[in-house]
Design a binder for this molecule. Structure first.
Ligand SMILES: [Zn+2]
Length: 195
């Protein structure tokens, strides 16, 4: 199947300078010129009363490093994650619809990051959410991503994970993101990152 892609939209560029992410957070390899396969992940805190947002963190991670992280999670947790998404999300339909739009050159990233992937909650009604997309070089590819997941859905998913996996996730976040506890608390109850 042909890989459909579009230029990386502004929402998935770096907040502070508007430029594309250029290096993997973990192995620091160059991503754009090398045509690397990578994910972009952001966690957002939203202040409803002020209609404003803070990016808690944002980064790109190459798929090799991402796979390597998953190895640290328990089999039960990985299976629980798969089951959780299989129960709540029709990825096949979602991807087919996105591809159809892209083929008609009518794909609009905003349409796919407007509601929580799991619960459908509009982003305006979320106090926090995580968003992600998948890229190759300077292009965002149409895959199961892009999407956003709201705080309540993240908490629901977290409850399915083993304590060991949650500890692993926290450890990896501390190591690579260097999040101070105050900032991590902004994320969600358990302070973990899902994507
Ligand atoms: Zn990497």
């Amino acid at each position: 199947m042909q890989q459909l892609s579009i230029p990386i939209p502004p929402v998935f560029k770096q907040k502070f300078n508007g430029k594309p992410f250029s290096h993997c957070l973990v192995c620091e390899k160059e991503l754009i010129a090398s045509g690397a396969h990578y994910l972009i992940e952001k966690a957002v805190r939203r202040y409803k009363d002020y209609n404003s947002e803070d990016i808690v963190f944002e980064y790109a991670i190459c798929t090799d490093c991402h796979q390597h992280m998953l190895v640290h999670y328990s089999q039960e947790s990985l299976e629980a994650m798969r089951a959780f998404f299989a129960e709540h999300v029709d990825f096949k339909l979602r991807q087919e619809t996105m591809r159809e739009m892209a083929e008609k050159e009518a794909f609009n990233t905003g349409d796919w990051i407007r509601n929580c992937l799991v619960r459908g909650t509009p982003v305006e009604n979320l106090e926090e959410y995580q968003m992600g997309c998948e890229c190759i070089g300077d292009r965002m590819i149409i895959s199961s991503m892009p999407y956003i997941i709201g705080g309540p859905a993240i908490d629901e998913l977290t409850m399915q994970l083993s304590n060991e996996t949650i500890d692993q996730m926290r450890g990896l976040m501390d190591k690579f993101l260097g999040l101070p506890p105050d900032l991590r608390k902004l994320l969600n109850d358990s302070g973990i990152l899902i994507l």
